[in-house]
Design a protein around this ligand. Structure first.
Ligand code: PLP
Length: 379
């Protein structure tokens, strides 16, 4: 029987400990494992860079909730991205990237991989003809983020999977903003789902981590080889915290969405707000696609304000319950100015963000308190 999302999040890869019956996988704070004679590994464990039982539990749970063949857990989202890109690309290859994405992902392409010999072209992913035209014989991947950070643009995963596969490339979807509860890219044809598990999967702003989940076991195996060979693995305590967060992802996401919808209503009616960016709005250009491929529309809300950059920064500074800080996806609400904070590394690039933009990660506090704080900050 196919189990539901919450059942998988709580049980997949997390059978009670065979020795003690502990219902939660223990933190295996260990680097190496006793062998029963040379090469006689117990349950396959040899050295914790290669595999560690706490990390295995997280990796199996992530694979289950994304509906993938293989899950791999990394030290950060960017470590996962780097490992993926240096597995599917070699120097001389090319990647199509979005013209709106997390600034650190753009920095990885523009400052690290370019020097390593991988070229890239930013393309508006909503324009399928433009994406098709950007695919070259040496294109190894189309990189998708949907919804995007910070403009909440939406890309059609199923259509882009066809474009990628027609061109002999893999389709990679950074699923951080939606989380596997709201969107399952592999079921729509993507080859790899990428996560900064630092965000909704971890959910409590207490751990940095990343993940890759593949549709095919084959690609999973190649990535696992590189994960071990390159070494950017999640440590056991980080894996354990992430796994604890994952168990409540479904209930948290529903509350994030409930609260975000109320915040959107408030912003829409506020005279100082020029534009609200949220895929749940019928006027959002990606609304129909989002409605098709997402369960709900998420907890991230961006908006543009009258008065330009200074006004946007002021709002960020005035908020109290919305904590001024980078990152997102935790139970507590955060506010930030992408131009000066998370996306400063995209300044002057095709991925530069508007200066009058404010980004909210709407948490799961009592919604009336959030609305009061935001009204106060907006002035
Ligand atoms: C959409 C997205 N992808 C990837 C990352 C990178 O993840 P990490 O900070 O865990 O390295 C982030 C971080 O903010 C992100 O927002």
């Amino acid at each position: 029987m196919n189990q539901g999302f919450e059942t998988l999040a709580i049980h997949a890869g997390q059978e009670a400990d065979p020795h003690t019956g502990a219902v939660v996988p223990p933190i295996y704070a260990v680097s190496t494992y006793k062998q029963d004679g040379v090469g006689g590994l117990r349950a396959g464990y040899e050295y914790s860079r290669s595999a560690n039982p706490t990390r295995t539990a997280l990796e199996e749970a992530l694979a289950a909730v994304e509906g993938g063949a293989r899950g791999l857990a990394f030290a950060s989202g960017l470590a996962a991205e780097d490992t993926l890109l240096r597995t599917v690309c070699k120097p001389g290859d090319h990647v199509v990237i979005p013209d709106d994405a997390y600034g650190g992902t753009y920095r990885l392409f523009s400052r690290v991989l370019r020097e390593w010999g991988v070229s890239f072209d930013p393309v508006p992913l909503g324009d399928l003809d433009a994406v098709r035209a950007a695919v070259r014989p040496d294109t190894k991947a189309i990189w998708v983020e949907t919804p995007t950070n910070p403009l909440l643009n939406v890309a059609d995963i199923a259509a882009l999977a066809d474009v990628a596969h027609d061109g002999g490339a893999v389709l990679v979807v950074d699923n951080t903003f939606a989380s596997p509860y709201l969107q399952q890219p592999l079921s729509l044809g993507a080859d790899v789902a990428v996560h900064s598990t630092t965000k909704y999967v971890g959910g409590h702003s207490d751990v940095v981590g990343g993940a890759l989940v593949t549709r095919s076991a084959d690609l999973g195996e190649r990535l696992a080889y590189h994960q071990n060979a390159m070494g950017a693995v999640a440590g056991p305590f980080d894996a354990w915290l992430t796994l604890r967060g994952l168990k409540t992802l479904g209930v948290r996401m529903d509350r994030h969405c409930d609260n975000a919808e109320r915040v959107v209503d408030l912003l829409l009616s506020h005279p100082k707000v020029v534009q609200v960016l949220y895929p749940g709005l019928p006027e959002h250009p990606g609304h129909e696609i989002a409605a098709k491929q997402m369960r709900r529309f998420g907890g991230m809300v961006s908006f543009r304000v009258e008065g330009g950059e200074e006004a946007a920064v002021e709002i960020c500074n005035r908020a109290k319950l919305f904590t001024l800080g980078e990152s997102l996806g935790g139970v507590e609400s955060l506010i930030e100015h992408p131009g000066r904070m998370t996306h400063a590394s995209a300044a002057g690039s095709p991925l530069e963000v508007p200066a009058d933009l404010v980004r909210l990660s709407v948490g799961i506090e009592t919604v009336d308190d959030l609305l009061a704080d935001l009204s106060e900050a907006l002035g």
